[in-house]
Design a protein around this ligand. Sequence first.
Ligand SMILES: [Zn+2]
Length: 404
Amino acid sequence: MTYGRLDAINLIDLEMRLKRMNLDLVTGTPVQHRTLFGTRGVPRPELINFCFHLEQLTRAGVPILEGLTDLRDEILSQLAKVKNEQLLKEIELKYFSRKGELSQIMKSIKDLSDDARRDAGKIANDIKTELTEKFEALKKTLGGNAAPAVTDITLPGQRRPQWHLHPITIIQEELEELFSSLGFMVFDGPELESDYYNFTSLNFPPNHPAREMQDTFFIDKPNKNGDLDLIMRTHTSPDQVRALQKYGAPLRAIIPGKVFRSEATDARHEHSFYHFEGLMVDKNINFSHLKGMLELIGKKLYGENTKLRMRPKFYPFVEPGSNGEFTCFLCGGQGCRVCKYSGWLEILGCGMVDPNVLDNCGIDSKKYTGFAFGMGIERITMLKYGVNDLRLYFENDIRFLKQF
Ligand SMILES: [Zn+2]
């Protein structure tokens, strides 16, 4: 087959080189031949350009690629022999380093003309990628420590955000610490409670109006007897009963935990919040023990000069019942916005455990007496930190929580 005026280039040599580079445009079919030469056998300008490009590649690019192919075979045979990291390091230095042979060949491609560089560059890059992958894989198999990462200990460290406990947890733990030091156990009970434990055992008989004070969420699932009596607990007091049933008297226990009420939400009310209750049952426990204990709580929460005031209040499970007010920590009893200019803050409810409750727990109420108190942890925390909206505690806004 003759290519007319293309004789100027040694076509056989060209075809061989093209084959080696997987380019076989010129050896094509009669159709391709016609496309390139036209019907009269005169080469089209595209072909002439192509040939100039091939000529350049032949002069400069092909020797480079040949050198690269030889180097590839050499490196592969060297890598196949590597048995330890030392040898691998030597190979890395000889071929892969910045002044290594592979890098030198890659650099020489830069000097080719534009088109030649594009073609030769692609082939060279494929070979380089293949070799680098083989090398890295071998490095991993040999322990991966060929070039250990160096830690610069003089660099400044990374500052990590410092987190801390939620304000409610802070106060809860402060109180737990105080009562643990006084020999109280920390008792935990279920949040899903039976009507019996939440109300009846605590002297709220069914249909008693006192139940209206604590509306809650009723669970639409019958118990073992088929009764719908499961509710979300409205206070942690049912665990006073559970604790007494489990451990009997004498007993000292505190019960912190989450409780639930069916309430419209506003700045001072939420449908779930935290309670903290205390119970002490023993022989000869009387009202002065309760008062002493409450004074201690006030001092722990709001400082040494805190005073206590108790005024009668009704709770079904205590007799007599009382509230507990402390002198305002902000104005010291002078009157301010926080205490609504009364000088006192109502913090808790308390009283002597009703004998009925003790009997319900299987404790002999003629032999044992006890006191109990309860408070909302949110309220204490709001007063202590001057927070004016209860809902902030549950929104998990980092800007709010960061302040404690
Ligand atoms: Zn005040």
